[in-house]
Design a protein around this ligand. Structure first.
Ligand SMILES: [Zn+2]
Ligand SMILES: [Zn+2]
Length: 275
């Protein structure tokens, strides 16, 4: 801390004349943090609004479509569509419908069937994304057909139904995918981009019966209690009482850090699923 007396004497700052240095530093720190959070939110919104196939993925998607026997306008070449009743069962559950404005799978251009969500928050039919993976020339994890981010986790959006052949097959395929690719090294920023999709699934499973094991629920709960205590306690890296708004920066940072930590545990739980 600077001696308050010397701060009072030097009214003329060295950076901007007539404005104290600490005010200038505080202003730019605040601006940097504000821009950082702003660009994070902007990227999240931009990612979630993408629905069309990325031009660079078009070739792979075309190969997937021909593998699935689908024409580029979404009609099936073979008349292999199951009857309406069964189809409705496999479409994304009613409870999940509210979040996604568009339930259409960008690969087959139909309503997503046995829908699966990627860590980047994009929705596909289970069969479509699995075919995209199995029949593409991938050395490791696939790139999302929509946003080109590395797909390191596939999350189930449909109700588990052990009587249905298709849901069982999709589930065992996504479990295999997650076991193989969820632990791959990724850029640090990807952990931030993944937050919305992972937290959404985590939230849903947290409150569903038999969704997550008790130990995991307890760990998440403890994490958030710890953050709350940190935010409320006067013991702070940057105390609010002294620094005002800037004092909240460390709280926001800690909060983000805990969110990332929680999604990392969730990722491990999902990756260890077998079946
Ligand atoms: Zn599809
Ligand atoms: Zn994506």
């Amino acid at each position: 801390m600077e001696n308050p007396e010397s701060a009072e004497i030097s009214v003329t700052g060295t950076y901007v004349e007539g404005v104290g240095d600490e005010v200038v530093v505080a202003f730019f720190t605040f601006l940097t943090i504000f821009c950082g959070i702003g660009s994070l939110v902007y990227k999240w919104l931009k990612l979630s609004n993408l629905t069309a196939i990325h031009p660079d993925s078009q070739e792979n998607v075309n190969a997937t479509r021909s593998q699935l026997g689908i024409n580029s306008d979404g009609s099936t070449a073979t008349s292999d569509i199951s009857d309406g009743n069964e189809r409705d069962d496999l479409l994304a559950g009613e409870g999940h419908r509210s979040f996604y404005s568009d339930q259409r799978c960008p690969i087959c251009l139909q309503d997503a069937r046995c829908s699966v969500e990627t860590n980047c928050g994009h929705l596909f039919c289970g069969q479509c994304i699995i075919t995209y993976w199995r029949y593409g020339n991938w050395l490791g994890a696939v790139q999302c057909p929509v946003c080109r981010q590395m797909v390191s986790l596939l999350m189930r959006n449909f109700q588990r139904n052990s009587d249905n052949e298709e849901t069982r097959e999709v589930e065992s395929n996504i479990n295999e995918y997650n076991r193989r690719f969820s632990g791959q090294p990724r850029p640090l920023l990807d952990y931030l981009w993944d937050l919305p999709a992972l937290l959404r699934h985590l939230w849903r499973e947290f409150f569903s019966v038999g969704g997550l094991v008790m130990m995991f629920r307890a760990r998440i709960f403890l994490c958030f209690v710890a953050v709350l205590l940190y935010v409320l306690s006067p013991l702070d890296i940057l105390p609010e009482a002294v620094l005002g708004v800037i004092g909240f920066i460390d709280d926001i940072f800690i909060f983000l850090l805990v969110l990332v930590y929680v999604t990392i545990i969730y990722r491990q739980i999902v990756a260890e699923r077998v079946g």
